[in-house]
Write a protein that binds this ligand. Structure first.
Ligand code: UD1
Ligand code: CA
Length: 507
């Protein structure tokens, strides 16, 4: 019987794909055309990095890619990304992002040079938007974990003719824009931290997230009236709030309780804190579905370095010990056990397999570049590289490396060995220290080891070569020619003993 698969993907903050259905219905209810502006021109000085802040990674994925994916899942007409600092680099990265293929995305770039503030950034983008009754959502490239459903709710709150601000109450609002409400709780304006009075700084805990939804036509008119008459000499997007109030446009403060969704990244510490919080949520989602993590605080699921999106699918009774890192797409079968400190990337591990501690399994850019068969035992300290295909009950022991090789059911390589470009038959026993010499300095060649072969210790099999079924290779042999089935092959100097050998003595 097949156990149900538990999948944790890390799009939309680890929520399963089902949120998309409800999202679509919210968006259809709004019935207004949606365009999205993503501000990504800032330098991110406090990161103290050569890499632009919006390309710093959270869960292996550039911050901006999280935001673009969130925008994509809202089905906008178009997304306009505002670039400035390292614009070439940011735009090139953006064009190469791996995104879910379910929804097409029309993305455009505008450049903001110099960067004169968030209002100025949005001013550069609005000429790219159609002149109609659509809604514009403004997102920040450095706020990666907002759920698309939250933004969809904000669009609904906007309703096409109001200004909707995403807000949150925090205990320490230092640095953020404060939501100023009147005695009746009606939003009047946003005051930036640096422009706020001591009284406002101390008393207002509701802050602006940096995310708003506005009627496009109104927003364009307000933007044209911005000035930089403030503490930072910047054009603040947040000044449009007071303009809306003056124009009699209702301003909705849509206050959420989940501060993680609006947390921005400004420093390495904030990035690390957000990473841990995000990982803890992914871990919790897995555990809720029965996966047993020894410690949810010591679990990581990330995109792989080549951009394969993170997705961990677990069957029932999977156990994962502390410190494991999963990257790209990984599948774990029923009862699979992963020992401490393993790194597993783009691999399928079948039911009942045990991966002992400190093993490194890397399927390369391929979503299932390594497969481990049912009941196999891997490690500790094993290394499986792209193209390793292991059957059932295969044993791979410590310091054994397998690359682009298949091992049929019951094959064993238990100690200190290399198998590259090899086909290994059923029940083969591959001795300690043996290697396939697969590379002649120019080309790679295959080694075929047929079923039931026993390769002794410390052998070199110089490819191309075939070791016939049931054959035995004597320890220490270097073989350059194929061998017959059932034969014993030895290729090394004959052992010689000289009786009563006298060692030289020191003079
Ligand atoms: C902004 C808000 C503040 C809010 C906070 C939430 C303004 C004036 N203030 O402040 O109310 O509480 O976000 O995180 O909007 N950017 C550009 N061009 C620029 C300046 C910024 O593209 O000229 C981009 C940045 O790359 C970043 C985003 O806009 O992605 C936010 O800019 P940042 O300088 O971090 O704004 P905050 O001071 O945090
Ligand atoms: Ca910020």
């Amino acid at each position: 019987m097949l156990a149900a698969l538990i999948v944790v993907k890390s799009f939309n903050s680890g929520r399963p794909a089902s949120v998309h259905t409800s999202l679509t219905s919210i968006m259809t209810a709004a019935a207004t055309a949606l365009d999205i502006i993503i501000m990504a021109a800032g330098k991110g000085t406090r990161m103290k990095s050569r890499i632009p802040k919006v390309l710093q990674k959270l869960a292996g994925r550039p911050l901006l890619q999280h935001v673009v994916a969130e925008a994509q899942s809202l089905h906008p007409r178009r997304v306009v990304v505002v670039t400035g600092h390292c614009a070439d680099e940011v735009e090139a990265a953006c064009a190469a992002f791996t995104l879910p293929q379910t929804t097409p995305l029309e993305m455009q770039f505008v450049r903001q040079e110099p960067q004169l503030g968030t209002g100025h950034a949005v001013q550069q983008a609005v000429p790219k938007l159609p002149d109609d009754d659509g809604v514009v959502v403004v997102l920040s490239g450095d706020v990666p974990l907002t759920e698309a459903s939250t933004v969809a709710e904000l669009v609904k709150a906007c309703g096409g003719d109001q200004l909707a601000l995403l807000t949150v109450r925090v205990s320490d609002p230092t640095g953020y824009g404060r939501i100023v409400r009147d005695a009746n709780g009606v939003v009047q304006r946003i005051v930036e931290h640096k422009d706020a009075s001591d009284e406002q700084r101390a008393s207002i805990k509701e802050i602006y997230s940096g995310i708003m939804a506005a009627p496009a036509k109104r927003l364009k008119a307000w933007l044209s009236q911005l000035n930089n008459d403030n503490a930072q000499r910047e054009y603040y997007l947040t000044d449009v709030v007071a303009m809306a109030v003056a124009d009699g446009v209702a301003v909705v403060g849509h206050c959420i309780t989940d501060a993680l969704q609006v947390a921005g990244v400004n420093s390495p510490l904030q990035l690390a804190e957000l990473e841990r919080a995000h990982q803890l949520r992914q871990a919790a989602a897995l555990m809720e579905q029965g996966v047993r993590l020894a410690d949810p605080a010591r679990f990581d699921l990330r995109d792989d370095v080549r951009g394969v999106l993170a997705e961990l699918s677990c069957s029932t009774d999977v156990e994962i010990d502390v410190g494991c890192i999963f990257t790209g797409r990984v599948t774990l079968g029923e009862g699979a056990r992963i020992g401490a400190y393993c790194h597993i990337s783009n691999a399928e591990i079948a039911a009942g397999a045990v991966i002992h501690p400190f093993s490194h399994i890397d399927g390369g850019g391929d979503a299932a570049g390594v497969s481990v068969g049912e009941g196999s035992l891997i490690g500790p300290f094993a290394r499986l590289r792209p193209g390793a295909r292991l059957g059932r009950e295969v044993h791979i022991g410590n310091f054994v490396e397998v690359k682009n090789s298949s091992l049929a059911d019951g094959a064993k390589a238990n100690h200190l060995a290399y198998l590259g470009d090899a086909s290994v038959g059923e029940r083969v026993n591959y001795g300690a220290g043996s290697i396939t010499a697969n590379y002649d300095g120019v080309n790679k060649h295959r080694t075929v080891i047929e079923a039931d072969v026993h390769v002794g210790s410390n052998c070199v099999l110089v490819a191309p070569i075939t070791i016939g079924a049931g054959g035995t290779v004597g320890g220490g042999s270097t073989l350059t020619k194929s061998t017959d089935a059932q034969a014993l092959t030895v290729s090394r100097g004959k052992q010689v003993s000289i009786a009563n050998w006298k060692r030289p003595v020191k003079r």
